[in-house]
Design a protein around this ligand. Structure first.
Ligand code: DQA
Length: 143
């Protein structure tokens, strides 16, 4: 099966960005880890600093018809991007929201996700493992 792993703003900086919160592993490390762990899954990895870039990718996947699930770490867009929420609602591909950190144990503004209601589920607080758990959840759903 074919899954997309989408990362939004500032996740390009993983490894050197607030390592006490987000860990020392880079996005590249995380991507390689997923490929090693799930050799039978065809992954499409994408990161952008732009809201519209994530929206366009979702529509590309929907129109292309070859992507059966999306793991999405939208970064701070999670907390306020109604445009991204509407895009997730507009596509039929299941999306799992992930966060490296436990957003509920941090600043109050991180507790709200405007994306969560239109996602299949949310995994937050397990560092790199949040991505693995999201892939497992999608595979278990039979995507
Ligand atoms: C994050 C949590 C967000 O609140 C934050 O803006 C990020 C990263 C996480 O993975 O823990 O950029 O999505």
């Amino acid at each position: 099966c074919s899954l997309a792993v989408l990362n939004g703003p500032n996740l390009s900086r993983l490894g050197r960005r607030e390592p006490g919160i987000y860990g020392k592993r880079t996005l590249e490390d995380i991507s390689r880890g997923l490929m090693a762990r799930f050799p039978d899954v065809r992954f499409n990895f994408f990161q952008t600093e732009y809201e519209g870039g994530l929206i366009e990718k979702l529509f590309d996947y929907e129109d292309g018809g070859s992507c059966s699930g999306v793991v999405l770490n939208a970064g701070a867009l999670t907390h306020y991007s109604l445009a991204l929420r509407d895009a997730i609602a507009a596509v039929s591909i299941p999306v799992v929201e992930v966060h490296l950190s436990n957003v509920h144990a941090r600043e109050p503004f991180r507790r709200e996700s405007v994306l969560a209601p239109v996602c299949l589920g949310v995994i937050s607080g397990f560092g790199e493992d949040s991505y693995r758990l999201a892939v497992e959840a999608l595979l278990k759903k039979g995507v």
